[in-house]
Design a protein around this ligand. Structure first.
Ligand SMILES: NC(=O)c1ccc[n+]([C@@H]2O[C@H](COP(=O)([O-])OP(=O)(O)OC[C@H]3O[C@@H](n4cnc5c(N)ncnc54)[C@H](OP(=O)(O)O)[C@@H]3O)[C@@H](O)[C@H]2O)c1
Length: 274
């Protein structure tokens, strides 16, 4: 089986750099799709309370016959949760729904700066972390400004920051900030939900390597150090997105893909989600 590299988080926990995302996978399809991904070799699943498929993710992990300790599972706190008390309850609900006694990584899904005191929520995350039932805690969709606030007002530095990141939104400044503060950057929508794949530069680089544009984009992420978890419900694509470890992009290829950055978001700006 392919050895997926791991990234060591700021508390020593190892996370597989390539995982499988389950956003928009319908609950009825999620168990079988995740089982497929585990069969292909993925050992890192990225779900969220909001995706409504935690139950099926938990079932797939159990039904795979693979030891729970060999699969890294992330979930994320829903946006409707505002207080510390609600956060602790929501974490329990995630564990119950997944059927797990611990999570590998629990994230604040969005900061929601106007409607939620995310510092209070983060303090509850620190309690969860200290209880040992989340091996690591982190945030998602946090800008430099939100991270600075956590840095000044709380104790535990987030292990990861999961943000929209693909060739059209390379997030160089935020990645540099994360890295200076010991925070690993995870790239959501790593292939831009498919929107970047027709780009002539990606098509050219792909044909030079006899690969697909999706493989070139995912390889670009891996070589620059991003943690990725492409989503697909299509078995052939699940396999394609995992076949990344027998080719390498040159410095020139890397620069050509990086030059596609145009600050182009497909999702909302984090300040606007409230
Ligand atoms: N924290 C957040 O706020 C946040 C937001 C969005 C996403 N995420 C996480 O990031 C994960 C990935 O992002 P995403 O699901 O938005 O988008 P993505 O992985 O960039 O793209 C998924 C889309 O691309 C298609 N696709 C997958 N592999 C392909 C390939 N090799 N060739 C052509 N098309 C391909 C899929 O189609 P089919 O499924 O039809 O094959 C699907 O429509 C999510 O599943 C979730 O875990 C987090």
């Amino acid at each position: 089986m392919t050895d997926v590299p791991t990234v060591t988080l700021n508390n020593g926990v190892e996370i597989p750099q390539l995982g499988f995302g389950v956003f928009q996978i319908k609950p009825d399809d999620a168990r079988d799709t995740v089982l497929s991904a585990l069969e292909v070799g993925y050992r890192h699943i990225d779900t969220a309370q909001m995706y409504r498929n935690e139950k099926q993710v938990g079932e797939a992990v159990r039904d795979s016959g693979i030891d729970r300790s060999e699969i890294f599972v992330t979930s994320k706190l829903n946006n409707g949760v505002h207080t510390a008390e609600e956060t602790l309850e929501a974490f329990e609900t995630s564990l119950d729904t997944l059927g797990f006694d611990y999570l590998d990584l629990f994230l604040v899904h969005w900061p929601m700066p106007e409607t939620r005191n995310y510092v209070e929520v983060w303090r509850a995350f620190e309690d969860i972390y200290r209880s040992g039932r989340a091996r690591a805690i982190g945030v998602s969709n946090f800008t430099e400004h939100h991270l600075r606030r956590l840095h000044t007002e709380t104790t535990v530095v987030p292990a990861v920051n999961q943000v929209e990141l693909h060739p059209y939104l390379a997030q160089d400044a935020l990645r540099a900030f994360d890295s200076e503060h010991g925070i690993a950057t995870e790239a959501w929508s790593p292939i831009g939900q498919g929107t970047v794949l027709g780009d002539p530069v990606l098509v050219r680089v792909a044909s030079e390597h006899d690969r697909t544009p999706a493989q070139v984009v995912l390889r670009w992420h891996l070589q620059r150090g991003d943690i990725v978890f492409p989503k697909s419900v299509t078995r052939a694509r699940i396999e394609e997105n995992f076949a990344l470890f027998d080719f390498e992009l040159s410095a020139e290829d890397m620069a050509a893909v990086s030059a596609l950055d145009k600050g182009g978001r497909i999702g909302p700006h984090p300040e606007d989600v409230n």
